[in-house]
Design a binder for this molecule. Sequence first.
Ligand SMILES: *[C@@H]1O[C@H](CO)[C@@H](O)[C@H](O)[C@H]1NC(C)=O
Ligand SMILES: *[C@@H]1O[C@H](CO)[C@@H](O)[C@H](O)[C@H]1NC(C)=O
Ligand SMILES: *[C@@H]1O[C@H](CO)[C@@H](O)[C@H](O)[C@H]1NC(C)=O
Ligand SMILES: *[C@@H]1O[C@H](CO)[C@@H](O)[C@H](O)[C@H]1NC(C)=O
Ligand SMILES: *[C@@H]1O[C@H](CO)[C@@H](O)[C@H](O)[C@H]1NC(C)=O
Ligand SMILES: *[C@@H]1O[C@H](CO)[C@@H](O)[C@H](O)[C@H]1NC(C)=O
Ligand SMILES: *[C@@H]1O[C@H](CO)[C@@H](O)[C@H](O)[C@H]1NC(C)=O
Ligand SMILES: *[C@@H]1O[C@H](CO)[C@@H](O)[C@H](O)[C@H]1NC(C)=O
Ligand SMILES: *[C@@H]1O[C@H](CO)[C@@H](O)[C@H](O)[C@H]1NC(C)=O
Ligand SMILES: *[C@@H]1O[C@H](CO)[C@@H](O)[C@H](O)[C@H]1NC(C)=O
Ligand SMILES: *[C@@H]1O[C@H](CO)[C@@H](O)[C@H](O)[C@H]1NC(C)=O
Ligand SMILES: *[C@@H]1O[C@H](CO)[C@@H](O)[C@H](O)[C@H]1NC(C)=O
Length: 837
Amino acid sequence: MGLLIFLLILTSSSIQTFASKPEANALLKWKTSLVNRNNPRLSSWALAPDNNLTGTINRNTGATLCTWYGVHCDARGNVEKLKLSASRLNGTLDHFTFSSFSSLTHLELNMNNIFGSIPVEIRYLTKLVFLDLSGNQFSGEIPKEIGMLTGLKTLLLNDNKLDGYISQELGNLGNLVKVNMSVNFLKGSIPSSLGNMTKLSELYLFQNNFSGLIPPEIGKLGSLRMLNLDFNDLSGSIPPSLGNLSSLRVLNAYMNKLSGRIPKELGYMKSLTVLRITHNQLTGPIPASLGNLTKLKELDFHENLLSGVIPPEFGKLESLIQLSFSHNEFSGQIPVSLSNLSTLEQLYLNDNQFDGFLPKELGNLNSLVEMILVKNRLNGSIPDSLGNLSKLEQFVLHDNHFSGYLPETISKCEKLKYLTLSNNSMAGPVPKSVCKLRSLQILDLGNNGFSGPVLQCFGNFSHELIVLDLRLNHFQGNVPQTFLNQSNNLRSLNLNGNRLQGSVPGTLINCRNLEVLDLGNNMLTGAFPLWLDTLPELQVLVLRGNKLNGTFHTSNTKTPFPKLRILDLSSNEFTGILPSKYFTNFKAMTGIDRNTPGALYMGGNLSMYEDTIELVVKGLRLELERILVVYTTIDLSVNKFEGEIPNTIGHLTSLRLLNLSHNSLTGQIPNNLRNLKFLESLDLSSNRLVGEIPLPLASLNFLAVVNFSQNQLQGAIPQGGQFNTFENNSFQGNNGLCGFPLTKSCGDDVPFSHIPEGDEDDDSNFFNGFTWESVAIGYGFGMLFGLGIGWLMFYTGRPRWVIRITDREQSRHGRRSRKRACKRNQLSPITNASFSP
Ligand SMILES: *[C@@H]1O[C@H](CO)[C@@H](O)[C@H](O)[C@H]1NC(C)=O
Ligand SMILES: *[C@@H]1O[C@H](CO)[C@@H](O)[C@H](O)[C@H]1NC(C)=O
Ligand SMILES: *[C@@H]1O[C@H](CO)[C@@H](O)[C@H](O)[C@H]1NC(C)=O
Ligand SMILES: *[C@@H]1O[C@H](CO)[C@@H](O)[C@H](O)[C@H]1NC(C)=O
Ligand SMILES: *[C@@H]1O[C@H](CO)[C@@H](O)[C@H](O)[C@H]1NC(C)=O
Ligand SMILES: *[C@@H]1O[C@H](CO)[C@@H](O)[C@H](O)[C@H]1NC(C)=O
Ligand SMILES: *[C@@H]1O[C@H](CO)[C@@H](O)[C@H](O)[C@H]1NC(C)=O
Ligand SMILES: *[C@@H]1O[C@H](CO)[C@@H](O)[C@H](O)[C@H]1NC(C)=O
Ligand SMILES: *[C@@H]1O[C@H](CO)[C@@H](O)[C@H](O)[C@H]1NC(C)=O
Ligand SMILES: *[C@@H]1O[C@H](CO)[C@@H](O)[C@H](O)[C@H]1NC(C)=O
Ligand SMILES: *[C@@H]1O[C@H](CO)[C@@H](O)[C@H](O)[C@H]1NC(C)=O
Ligand SMILES: *[C@@H]1O[C@H](CO)[C@@H](O)[C@H](O)[C@H]1NC(C)=O
C-alpha cells in the first residue's frame, strides 16, 4: 500500500514536473493542431504514459522534452532551438504559444507546409537570433512586430506567399546580417529604414512586386556584400549612394524598370565581382569609371537602352569573364583595349549599332569561348588572328557588314561549334581548312558572296554537323556526294540560290535526321529523287527552280514522306501525271488538327539558327524565316504536268497553299477540293481545265487568293463567301465563265452557294478577319512561321550559365503557378553563380 502511494506520488509529480514545462504543453498543443498530427517525425513529442514508472522524465530538467525531435535545450533545460526544417509539418502557427518560448534563439521551420499568417505573437520570442520560415505557404503581411525582435541576425522568409508592404519598423533590426525575402508577393516600396541595418551583409529581395525607388539609404549599409533585387517593379534611377558599398560583391537588379543613367559612383564599388542590371530601361553611356572595378567577373547590362561607346578603360577589367551589352543602342568601334581581357570567356555585343572592324588584337583573348556580335554594322574582314582563339566554340557574326575572305586560320579554332556569318558581304572560296573543324554543328554562310565548290568534306564530317546553310551564294559544282555515314546528325541542308549542277546525290538517303532539304534555284538535273520519300523526318523539300525532269514513278514506300509539310517542285521540267499517290499518303498534310496543343511557332523565338526558305506565292517571293508547324504547302507550278487533277488531292485536309498553275492539266476541277478547309491560296491558272468551278469552293472560309485564269472553264462563278472578295483577274482568260466579278452576266439563275451555319465560326478565331494582305504584312514584319526545330534553343543576349540554371530551376520547383514559374525560370539567384565572390 505504502509502495503504491509512493508510486502514485512519484508518477503524479513526474507529470507535474512535465506539465510545468509550458514549452512541452505548447508543443503538444501545436502538434494537435496540425493537419498531420500523426506525422511520424513528431512521434517523440508525447508525454510518457502516466503508468510507466520507467519513464525517463527528469524531475528537475524535464529532459524528455529536450530529447524530442527537433527540440534543443540550453543547460538549464529551457528550449533554446526548434529545428524542424523539412519535417513535413502541415498546418498553421495559430495554435503555437509563442509566449512559452522566452528562451528561444533559433526557430527553423523552413521547408514545410505551414500556411496562414505569421502571428503577431512572434514578438514574444524576445531572444530570437535566427528565424527561418522559408519554403512554406505563409501568406498575409509580415507582421511589423518582427521589428521588435531586435536581437535577430538572420531573417529568412523567402519562398512563401507573403504579400503586403514591409513596414518601416523592420529597420529597427540593427543586428541583422542576412535577410532573404525573395520569391513572395511583397509590394510597395523597400523601406528606407533598411539603411539602419548597418551590419547587414546579405539582402535578397528578388522576385517580389516591390515598386518605387531603390532607397538611397541602402548606400549606408557599409557591410553589404550581396544585394539582389531581381524581378521586381523598381523604377527610378540607380542611387549614386550605392557607390559607397565598398564591400559589395554582387549587385543584381535584373528585370525591373530602372531608368536614367548609370551613376559613375558605381565605379567605387571596388569589391564588386558581379554587376547585372539587365532588362531595365537604363539610358545614356556606360561610365568609364566602371573600368576601375578590377575584380569584376561578370558585367551584364543586356536589354537596356544604353548608348555611346564602350569606354577604352574597360581594358582594365582584368578579371572579367563575361561581358554582355546585347540589345542596347551602343555604337562606335569595339575598342582595341578589350584585347587585354585575358580571362574573358563570353563576349556578347549583339543587337547594337557597333561599326568599324574587328580589331585583330582580339586574337589575344585566349580564354574566349563565345563571341556573339550578331546584328551590328561591323565591317572589314575577319582578322587572321582569329585562329589564335583556340577555345572558341561560338563565333556568331551573322547580320553584319563583314567583307573579305574567311581566313584559313579558322581551322585552328578546333573547338568551334557554331560558325555563322550569314547576311554579310563575304566572298571567295571557303578555305579547305574548314574541313578540320570536327566539332562544327552549325555552319551558316548564307547570303554572302562566297564562291567556288561546296566542300565535299561537309558530307562526311556531318556526324556533328546539324545545319549546313550555304544559301544565296555563288557556289558551283556538285552537291556533296559524301553523306556516307548513317549516324549523321544533319537536320537542315540549305543550298538554295547557288549555281550547283549535277543531280541530287543519292547518299542524302543516309541523312536520316534531315528535316529541311532546300536545293532550290540551282541548275540541278536528273529525275525527281524518289528515294527521299523514305526520310522519316523530312518536313520541307524545296527543289524549285532547277532543271529536274522526267515523270513521277510510283515508289514502293508504304508511307512516303511521313512528315512532309512543304513540297516545292515549281519551275522544273517534270512531265507526266501529278504524283497522286503522294496526295493520299502525305501523313503530315492530312488531317492535322491545327488546334493541337503546343506552340504555333515551335522552336520558340530564341533559336540560334532559323531555317529560312523562300516560297513564291502569287508572284511574291516570300522568305519564310520560321515555318509555322501547321503550315503546309504544295507548289508544283511551272512544270509540264498533264492529265487530270487527281481526286486524292482532297485528302490533304490541312493544306494552306496549293499551286498547280502553268502546267498542262486537263479535265475538271475536282469537287472535293472543298475538303481543303484551311486552304488560303489556290492557283490553278494557265492550264487546260474545263467544266465549272465547283460551287462548294465558296465555303472555304480561309481562301484569300484564287487564280483560275487562263483555262477553259465555263459556267457561273460561285457566289458568296470568299468569292465575293475576288477580283476579275482571278477568272480572266476563260471564255465560258460568267457572273460577278466578271462583267459578263449569266442570266437569271445565278447559283448561290449556301454556306451552312456554324461553318463560319468553325476555327475562325485564328484567322479572324483574315485577308491575304494581312498575311503579306505578317511576312513583312517577320512574324513568320516557326518550324519545329527545337534543337538549338539559344538566346544570344543571355549568358549561357543563366540558361543552365534555368533548366535546373525548372525541374526543382513545380508548385507555383505557371506565371510565377516562368518568372522563376529566368532567374539566376546569385548563390548559383558559376563563380563565388
Ligand atoms: C515506458 O517507457 C520506456 C522509455 O520511454 C519505454 O521503453 C517502455 O516501452 C515504456 N513502457 C510502457 C509499458 O509503455
Ligand atoms: C496539408 O493539408 C491540407 C489539408 O488541410 C492538404 O490539402 C494538403 O495536401 C496537405 N499538404 C501536404 C504537403 O501534406
Ligand atoms: C534566398 O531565397 C531564394 C528563394 O527562396 C533562394 O532560392 C535562395 O537560395 C536564398 N538565398 C539565400 C542566400 O538564402
Ligand atoms: C531608422 O531609419 C529611419 C528612416 O531612415 C530613421 O528615421 C530612424 O531614425 C532610424 N532609426 C535608427 C535607430 O537609426
Ligand atoms: C505588382 O504591382 C503592380 C502595381 O505596382 C500591379 O499592377 C501588379 O498587378 C502587381 N503584380 C502582381 C503579380 O502582384
Ligand atoms: C555616400 O554616397 C553619397 C552620394 O554618393 C555621398 O554624398 C556620401 O558622402 C557617401 N557617404 C559615405 C558614408 O561615404
Ligand atoms: C576611376 O575611374 C575614373 C575614370 O576612369 C578615374 O578618373 C579615377 O581616377 C578612377 N578612380 C580610381 C580610384 O581608380
Ligand atoms: C591592359 O592591362 C594592363 C594590366 O593587365 C593595364 O596596365 C593596362 O592599362 C591595360 N591596357 C588598356 C589599354 O586598358
Ligand atoms: C566600315 O565602317 C566605318 C564606320 O561606319 C566606315 O568609316 C568605313 O569606311 C567602313 N569600311 C569599309 C571597308 O566598309
Ligand atoms: C595570332 O595570330 C596571328 C595571325 O594569325 C599570328 O601571326 C600570331 O603569331 C598569333 N599570336 C599568337 C600568340 O599565337
Ligand atoms: C541583314 O543584315 C542587316 C544588318 O546588317 C539587316 O538590316 C537585314 O535585315 C538583314 N537581312 C536579312 C535578310 O536578314
Ligand atoms: C532530262 O534531261 C536530260 C538533260 O538534262 C535529258 O538528257 C533527258 O533525256 C531528260 N529526260 C527526260 C525523261 O526528259
